[in-house]
Design a protein around this ligand. Sequence first.
Ligand SMILES: *[C@@H]1O[C@H](CO)[C@@H](O)[C@H](O)[C@H]1NC(C)=O
Ligand SMILES: *[C@@H]1O[C@H](CO)[C@@H](O)[C@H](O)[C@H]1NC(C)=O
Length: 368
Amino acid sequence: MIGRKSAMGGKASPFFLIILSLGFFVATYNLVTLVIHNLNQESSKELMGARVSGRKIDISEGSKRSGPRRPFHVALTATDAAYSKWQCRIMYYWYKKMKEEEGSEMGGFTRILHSGNPDELIGEIPTVVVNPLPSGMDRGYIVLNRPWAFVQWLEKTEIAEDYILMAEPDHIFVNPLPNLARGGYPAAFPFFYIKPSENEKIIRKFYPEDKGPVTDVDPIGNSPVIIQKSQLEKVAPTWMNVSLKMKDDPETDKAFGWVLEMYAYAIASALHGVQHILRKDFMIQPPWDLKVGKTFIIHYTYGCDYSLKGELTYGKIGEWRFDKRSYLRGPPPRNLSLPPAGVPESVVTLVKMVNEATANIPGWEDGS
Ligand SMILES: *[C@@H]1O[C@H](CO)[C@@H](O)[C@H](O)[C@H]1NC(C)=O
Ligand SMILES: *[C@@H]1O[C@H](CO)[C@@H](O)[C@H](O)[C@H]1NC(C)=O
């Protein structure tokens, strides 16, 4: 379905809606914090030792739960650029396939297209169109549109599922994904380069001391995260507010650069007392992670460059390579050559999965 355009109409409405939602947010902030806090206390019983004296640890194996299926909606933020489109098509192909497999709790799917206008993929992928930030507000940092996209999507859509997975176009589901959240504890992937404790001075500009220790800010971004819809409805407006404020602060902008919006999500969720279960097995990132094993998502954000002997030549163009950035203006061809012998299983699996998707998506090479 195509999302209807803002009922308030016209180009001025995004800014108006920002003000409106922020105003609403400020009014309810204290209440929300209180409620979330209580929810967290309730659900910590359910965690059964996953928290030790307030510190999060990874739980993975052995955390299988029986009980009713808890489906989550897969929400993919995207633009109408050719580069975003081909990744979304591959992502959606693997969603459809893994959704049907044993152990999956994947529910519906929405591509949240934050370019303001429908594109030609709306017939292929369920899509809701939302507005980008008003011109100039993202200052060329396009991912600042993500929080605003989630705010609009949550406002204008009825979502059947109680949980939401925030996903990105360069994610490939490599195993059926269960709902990794536990009650009031969303699940997130810990990124090694998000280090709130090492950036205390900057974090404190947005997470004042009376809120709690800096270690409350999780080492995560918004994706991948599986979170209760009711929690995201509260966190998303704050996330937008915090990311715009961070972008406005030269010191913060300089320190955080391209990961600013990830810190903004981590801080926004901490401001609401939302703490994430950190799941290293949520995602692998070739070429650094070598094996797929029982992980769930392949994130192909890094280029994979190898010599013909199968040696990683990272930072130097390899004799064999797969790098999404080689295809900025259009999709990769079908049937990419497989890597030479000696290249890790994660990279081989990635290329095979890309090839399977592109072989089966009708009209792959003509367009997008
Ligand atoms: C949002 O930003 C405004 C302006 O900087 C600020 O006054 C307000 O307190 C912020 N709200 C939240 C919830 O962060
Ligand atoms: C894919 O390419 C390989 C060579 O790299 C070739 O042997 C094979 O026949 C091709 N498959 C298809 C379906 O085109």
